[in-house]
Design a protein around this ligand. Structure first.
Ligand SMILES: Cc1ncc(COP(=O)(O)O)c(C=O)c1O
Length: 385
């Protein structure tokens, strides 16, 4: 593949010395779970975010689950969320026994359409979960206002947006909680699974610490029902070694995004960065009505593109029991047929980015597809901000 979608091996090689040292330090230490590396990383990550506390856990999915569990969300409760997300956002809600209630998205930035929230709130609504999809934050000011008006908690799904900001505040520090994933390809990734929850509440922090460790307040004293969801010492050491580089990597992602946009803005629909928001481009997603043909054309040129995500959660077989019909979330259903994620990772070279741009331009030129023909996607995007 001339331009792969991601390349963790290159990433490892670039930071091999520091990563190997971090792993060896843990191996030699004799502490592998809930040890000094976790304590250090949780403090450093909280400082980096500008949050009071972070709590490491086993994955982003469980970060969402644990935060919901800390709010005592359970059967009979409703959680407002988007269907255009990685399905694990929804799995975590289901794990609590609560019902996900889907809100449509804005086709400009692909995040929760905050103007729809109010109409979906019922007496059962406990939490709103805005997903900062692709690295762009949701409209937090309005979301927080709606939530406080109704006495509802806000849990930011930050899995794809580590380091993103909204009016100067870092993702995960505005809501009651932020849930992070350290899946390897994320903006800050482990070399295995991992996650964390951020919060400014001491009470919630203490509860989360118990919840992730069988509900124990001290060894063999189980005050609440918990699970095993811990971030192990090796992953903590790896994450701690990489944390100082995340801003640099995010800047490189933004540089790549700017190069893509300059080359493609008159060919396909390119991503929007709302004023006051800093997009960290976990994914760079374009829209074109010729998506499937374009994806194959690029693959033939050894450029690997993916779709995030082809089937929204409300139309997945697993969630058929919720009873959503096609047509209930029009913007979500419209854009999932048109979106395509281009290769995006900090180690991508300018030459590789140019190969992707050239491929997309050639595809449109060879088929006589003008920008006007692509506009049908953009028209809806602009209408639905
Ligand atoms: C938006 C979003 N939420 C939640 C998750 C779940 O994270 P994890 O894979 O670490 O469980 C992911 C990762 O795939 C994600 O992209």
């Amino acid at each position: 593949m001339k331009v792969p979608f991601g390349n963790m091996k290159i990433h490892y090689q670039a930071y091999k010395k520091e990563l190997d040292e971090a792993v060896a330090r843990v191996m030699e230490s004799g502490y592998y779970i809930l040890g000094p590396e976790l304590e250090k990383f949780e403090k450093e990550f909280a400082t980096w975010l500008g949050a009071k506390y972070t709590v490491g856990c086993a994955s982003g999915t469980e970060a969402i689950y644990l935060a919901l569990a800390a709010c005592d969300v359970g059967p009979g409760d409703e959680v407002l969320v988007v269907a255009h997300t990685a399905v694990p956002t929804i799995s975590a809600i289901s794990m609590t026994g609560a019902t996900p209630v889907f809100v449509d998205i804005k086709a400009s930035t692909y995040v929760m359409r905050e103007s729809e929230l109010e109409s979906k709130i019922t007496s059962k609504t406990k939490v709103i979960v805005p997903v900062h999809l692709y690295g762009h934050m949701a409209e937090m000011e309005t979301i927080m206002k709606v939530a406080s008006r109704h006495g509802i908690k806000v849990l930011e799904d930050v899995a794809q947006a580590t380091g993103a900001t909204y009016r100067g505040q870092t993702a995960g520090t505005i809501g009651d909680f932020g849930a992070f994933s350290f899946y390897p390809s994320k903006n800050l990734g482990a070399f295995g699974d991992g996650g964390a929850i951020s919060t400014n509440s001491e009470e919630m922090y203490k509860k989360l610490v118990m919840l992730r460790n069988y509900g124990q307040s001290k060894r063999y004293y189980h005050d609440i029902v918990g699970i095993n969801s811990r971030l192990d010492e090796i992953q903590c050491a790896i994450l701690g070694a990489q944390l100082p580089y995340v801003h640099e990597w995010n800047d490189r992602r933004r540089e790549i995004a700017a190069r893509y946009t300059a080359g493609l803005k008159d060919v396909v629909v390119t991503p929007v960065e709302q004023p006051g928001c800093k997009h960290v481009y976990h994914l760079y997603v374009i829209q074109t009505p010729y998506r499937d043909e374009l994806q194959q054309y690029l693959l033939d040129r050894e450029v690997q593109c993916l779709i995030h995500y082809p089937i929204p959660a409300h139309l997945q077989q697993a969630y058929a029991f919720l009873g959503y019909k096609t047509g209930t979330l029009p913007t979500t259903e419209h854009i999932v047929k048109r979106i395509l994620s281009l290769p995006m990772f900090p180690e991508l070279t300018d030459e590789q980015v140019d190969l992707v741009i050239e491929g997309i331009k050639d595809f449109h030129k060879e088929r006589g597809i003008t920008f006007e023909m692509v506009q049908s996607a953009r028209t809806l995007a602009e209408q639905s901000v």
